[in-house]
Design a protein. Sequence first.
Length: 337
Amino acid sequence: MTEEAARIRAPELTGGYWVNSEPLIMESLRGRPLLIDFWDYTCINCIHTLPYLVEWHRRYSPLGLTIVGVHAPEFSFAKQLDGVKRAIEEFGIEYPVVMDNDFAIWRAYANRYWPAKYLVDGEGYIRYYHFGEGAYVETEQAIQGLVREVRADAPLLEPVQPVRDEDRPGAACYRVTPELYLGYQRGRIGNPGGYVPKKGHVYRDPGRHAEGYFYLEGEWAADEEQVMKPWGSGGESRVSIRYTAKEVNLVTNPSFGRECRVWLAQDGTPLAGDDAGADVRFEEDGRSYVDVDTPRMCRLVNNRELDSHDLTLATESAGLALYAFTFVSCVVPEEQA
């Protein structure tokens, strides 16, 4: 929504570590429109928006626009510089990024969302903001408006074409299984005995799964943010969920720096190729798996249709830490696909 009447001055971008540029201050940006994007490299909603930001930087930075990505980590491991640098390279980000590990900039903007975009005019006032995915055409038109305020001859380009089918008009997004955290601080464990915090414990899956909970089998160690297969634990450890969605993603971290393998089964059988997420690979016998070698969000499932399923992940890799499942519900009608 627009905020022209309120005349809210944008706070300074201070308190963080600038990864790929010299520190920027508002005074040095006067006369230029500024787009501030709060993001986290493990956030699926942020990942969906990044291609638009990359293209807006390519289009409008020659016309005066500055984009700043404020990386605010949802999980502790995302405070590490190497991970943010890796994400900047992976997603093709060329605009300045500042690591807001202490959430100083986040608090200055009274922000509450990943992602969140604030558009600032050449005089330093916030003129537009948007939270979450979507509104790409509206946001680009707002960018164009501020660009033309400081450069009247700037061309009015056609908005960026939808990057994904789910971004096109007519795509339907449904309310499905909410984000499911695994650490004991915010997690919803379904095992009858609950968590045993801060130490390795052998869990027993009761066998019946309710949606909105996760269930552990085998040895796991629960911490505030994650459950991890402990060092020295033998055999297979599993986590199972019942969910309703089209896509399932999982934030993971190979805590000991070693590649970890995770086997996937949906409804009791290996995940079918037509239902596999982008990070899934297959053995010759058809078994499906994901290899985790860096902290990241893994794309596990991309079902042909939105439906309810049981999903089980199994691993023998000590050090594998699991943080949160996220679910995507947007579906393109068949006539538009």
